[in-house]
Design a protein around this ligand. Structure first.
Ligand SMILES: NC(=O)c1ccc[n+]([C@@H]2O[C@H](COP(=O)([O-])OP(=O)(O)OC[C@H]3O[C@@H](n4cnc5c(N)ncnc54)[C@H](OP(=O)(O)O)[C@@H]3O)[C@@H](O)[C@H]2O)c1
Length: 323
């Protein structure tokens, strides 16, 4: 096991949470922060204990000491910043959604393969012990054959046409931002759907505000998923099987409570344990893969990210056609 020098590209909200999580990863060295503003990078460095501050992304990428770049810019820039980082010879962990469409994701993956460099989408939920436990319990038959997933992710966002949530040029929309989590869970549990339906209510900017998606999967499972910037939703998920159900309680993409009910028995709580704020698990996966000389995660392979973005493409097409 060796140590890895991490660099943050884009010193915003999620970069702060991710940096906090690196502190609990033994192998991670909090090395560099790159921001469009040197002042901001310097303050970020001080706040989180990084060593180097850069006032441009390009300068940071030219630093040969940087091993891994974590891309935390708005959705519309993931493609450009991933390509820049790979071209600079860095391993990359890029925030979700990986790209704005399948074509971008395909090009990013092709570039990583061509450069023989590690690349992974920062779908942190995939590595959380509580999500792994849900998958294990279902595969072990705890609730019998799973049949229906209901999952929703909603909060009341302050409307601002320029924010990354609503601005189309920044890749705004509830599906890209939070609907990706119910879609992730559905794909993870039931695989790529055979039927896809979606309806949506747009924000004044034209990006999707509230969207409901219905999926049918190959073994007859149904996913019923909603995302919204207009409603404070429970943000729980429920998986109903022939013998019982499992609930992933607020918030389901980082479940802090798992509840199970079998037949007429009382609900029981399943114990879950984790350390850090949760983002550490995806960072650990990156370093584990690099230790093993891998350029692609076995746990979150390119094919999963390709399926996820294909699904988002289809949902976005259906939404556009309905408007
Ligand atoms: N995994 C999760 O739980 C999670 C949670 C929230 C968000 N995210 C993802 O993380 C990404 C960033 O979200 P965030 O909430 O951290 O956003 P944010 O607070 O707005 O930060 C984004 C950063 O990107 C940089 N940036 C570069 N060009 C920009 C531009 N044209 N407009 C705005 N910012 C620009 C800025 O950093 P500098 O000025 O320092 O260069 C900015 O601070 C999104 O893709 C989002 O989907 C993931």
């Amino acid at each position: 096991m060796r140590n890895y020098r991490w660099a943050i590209l884009g010193a915003g909200h999620i970069a702060e949470k991710f940096s906090e999580s690196l502190k609990v990863c033994q192998q991670a060295e909090l090395y560099a922060v790159a921001s469009q503003s040197l002042d901001k990078a310097e303050n970020f460095c001080k706040d989180f204990g990084f060593k180097k501050a850069y006032g441009s992304y390009e300068e940071m990428l030219a630093d040969p000491s940087v091993d891994i770049v974590y891309i935390a810019t708005p959705n519309n820039l993931h493609f450009e910043h991933t390509m820049m980082s790979l071209n600079a010879g860095k391993a990359v962990l890029c925030e979700k959604p990986f790209g704005l469409n399948k074509s971008q994701v395909d090009q990013m993956i092709r570039k990583a393969k061509e450069k023989k460099l590690f690349l992974m989408e920062a779908l942190w939920s995939r590595f959380l012990p509580s999500i792994l436990k849900v998958k294990k319990e279902i595969e072990a038959g705890r609730i019998g054959t799973p049949k229906v997933l209901q999952a929703e992710f909603g909060f009341k966002a302050e409307y601002n046409q320029n924010s990354r949530l609503f601005n189309p040029s920044l890749g705004g929309g509830s599906v890209f931002d939070i609907g990706i989590y119910p879609l992730f869970l559905s794909l993870y549990l039931f695989g790529y759907p055979t039927e896809i339906k979606a309806i949506s209510i747009p924000a004044p900017t034209g990006t999707d505000m509230t969207t409901s998606i219905l999926l049918k999967h190959k073994n007859g499972e149904i996913s019923n998923l909603t995302s919204s910037f207009a409603l404070r939703m429970e943000t729980d998920a429920r998986i109903y099987g022939e013998e019982g159900y499992l609930k992933l309680l607020r918030m389901f993409h980082m479940p802090t409570k798992l509840v199970c009910k079998i037949g007429d028995e009382d609900e029981i709580e399943l114990p879950i344990h984790w350390v850090g704020n949760g983002y550490n698990y995806e960072a650990l996966e990156v370093m584990k893969c690099l230790d093993e000389g891998l350029t692609e995660s076995r746990e979150l392979p390119f094919s999963f990210s390709e399926d996820l973005i294909s699904l988002i493409d289809k949902v976005n097409d259906l939404i556009k056609n309905n408007l």
